[in-house]
Design a protein around this ligand. Structure first.
Ligand SMILES: *[C@@H]1O[C@H](CO)[C@@H](O)[C@H](O)[C@H]1NC(C)=O
Ligand SMILES: *[C@@H]1O[C@H](CO)[C@@H](O)[C@H](O)[C@H]1NC(C)=O
Ligand SMILES: *[C@@H]1O[C@H](CO)[C@@H](O)[C@H](O)[C@H]1NC(C)=O
Ligand SMILES: *[C@@H]1O[C@H](CO)[C@@H](O)[C@H](O)[C@H]1NC(C)=O
Ligand SMILES: *[C@@H]1O[C@H](CO)[C@@H](O)[C@H](O)[C@H]1NC(C)=O
Ligand SMILES: *[C@@H]1O[C@H](CO)[C@@H](O)[C@H](O)[C@H]1NC(C)=O
Ligand SMILES: *[C@@H]1O[C@H](CO)[C@@H](O)[C@H](O)[C@H]1NC(C)=O
Length: 385
């Protein structure tokens, strides 16, 4: 009796392990609670200097409803490396907007979120179909509409090559549908088209769009439900700012009432976006520039992450350091530092498995510094790496 039930259990177990393919945790999971927010939504506009954005009346009207981050910096030029950095913790030397594919052995924020069962998605305006991998989509008039360079996660083969992941990269038609069905994921990246985001227009146009898009959504519980944090930012400066400072605003129900209309002067970069999400949900890290970045103080205060200080006059994040995606390619994909920890957060086990051998770790270049490198201050790569 005992023996036969053991055999039976073994057979069932055997059948399961043979026929059920591994899947990420189901997206119908209950909401995974975070320390300060249960939902994070970021919306990216294009190419505007801090001064032009902060003096624009519509942008100022949005800013008054949240926290203005007055020392938030893009990490290089042009667009694509900034988008990539915000989800991957590095841009691998990219200094152009070419059609890149980041190899599948390089992890992104998606691996960190899925490990904890946190739902995620992107909404890319005018992308012609879900999971589209093409370079661009023009409007019938010939105007720019959708561009791959503003779609950070499709650039990672660790996302694009798996339909269960690529299917989470949708357009605004499906945004409207997900919104109506209360299915906006817990982590979302939103990219308006090249007219609305200011790329082919200007701050007046982009801020009018942003206000028209966001103000109704701020009142919609399917978007700005309980404990929602929204980051509205720009990919890079607009003209002649060697520091590459951009105006950024935190909005949503996760912003405490007493902080509405205030400024946060701490030093942040696009890497702070990942660091904040990691701290809020107690995620693993990527072992890249995400580890050293400051966590937004409204979260750091509760997670006890230390906000480090920096003389922002020393930050010139205006040119890319070398690497495989540079127009003059050099070197290999940077090796994450699998031994880094920050406030108890360790590097994702899968990253350690891929990159943690002593042979590769000799080449790790990340040291947890607060100021990421730039072309003026490139990372020191050990001989033979
Ligand atoms: C991902 O897809 C690209 C394009 O089809 C291919 O070149 C690459 O080898 C794929 N990577 C993996 C790990 O399958
Ligand atoms: C990652 O993939 C790239 C491209 O296929 C390859 O050149 C590199 O050796 C791989 N690195 C590791 C650590 O797997
Ligand atoms: C949005 O994506 C869906 C699904 O792929 C597609 O059917 C629809 O035509 C797309 N909408 C636009 C405006 O491109
Ligand atoms: C951009 O999106 C708006 C709607 O948000 C649409 O009216 C416009 O046609 C789209 N494309 C261009 C090139 O403006
Ligand atoms: C901003 O862009 C819009 C749309 O292209 C244009 O109509 C308007 O004249 C521009 N405003 C300025 C100040 O350039
Ligand atoms: C980057 O900043 C340095 C230091 O101020 C400056 O010399 C250089 O011209 C800047 N480069 C660009 C492209 O802005
Ligand atoms: C931002 O400013 C720098 C000068 O430091 C300039 O080279 C760059 O083209 C500007 N970015 C954009 C998108 O205009």
């Amino acid at each position: 009796m005992l023996l036969s039930s053991l055999i039976c259990a073994t057979l069932i177990f055997g059948a399961e392990s043979r026929f059920i393919e591994p899947k990420p945790k189901p997206s119908r999971n209950p909401v995974v609670p975070g320390v300060v927010f249960d939902r994070f939504i970021t919306i990216w506009l294009e190419n505007i200097n801090f001064a032009s954005a902060s003096s624009d009346p519509n942008f100022a009207a949005l800013t008054k409803q949240g926290i203005q981050l007055t020392n938030y910096f893009a990490v290089t030029h042009p667009s694509e490396p900034n988008y990539v950095a915000s989800v991957g913790g590095d841009y691998f030397g990219m200094n152009n907007d070419n059609l890149h594919r980041i190899p599948a052995n390089i992890s992104s924020i998606v691996d960190l979120l899925e490990e904890k069962g946190i739902s995620w998605g992107e909404y890319q305006e005018d992308m012609p179909e879900t999971g589209f991998q093409g370079f661009q989509q023009l409007a019938p008039s010939g105007a720019n509409d959708y561009v791959r360079k503003h779609n950070p996660l499709i650039i990672f083969d660790s996302v694009a090559n798996f339909s269960s992941r690529a299917d989470k990269i949708k357009n605004f038609t499906l945004f409207e549908q997900d919104l109506a069905e209360n299915k906006i994921p817990q982590w979302s990246f939103i990219t308006p088209n090249m007219t609305n985001d200011g790329h082919d227009t200007n701050i007046t146009f982009a801020s009018t769009w942003a206000r028209g898009f966001l103000e109704p959504l701020l009142k919609n519980p399917h978007f700005n439900g309980e404990k929602t944090l929204i980051l509205l930012t720009f990919d890079e400066n607009g003209s002649s700012d060697p520091h590459n400072r951009v105006d950024s605003v935190l909005l949503g129900t996760a912003v405490p009432r007493e902080l509405i209309g205030t400024q946060d002067t701490a030093f942040y970069t696009h890497y702070s976006e990942i660091a904040t999400v990691e701290a809020n949900w107690g995620l693993h890290t990527l072992g890249r520039f995400d580890v050293g970045a400051n966590v937004f103080s409204l979260v750091a205060k509760h997670t006890r992450d230390v906000i480090r200080k920096l003389d922002v006059n020393q930050a010139f994040l205006n040119i890319s350091y070398p690497g495989p995606f540079n127009t003059a390619p050099s070197g290999n994909y940077a090796v994450p530092n699998t031994k880094l920890t920050v406030n108890g957060r360790r590097v994702l086990p899968k990253v350690v498995e891929t990159w943690g051998s002593a042979h590769l770790q000799r080449c790790a270049l990340y040291d947890g510094a607060l100021l990421p490198p730039s072309g003026l201050n490139p990372p020191v790569i050990p001989e033979g790496c």
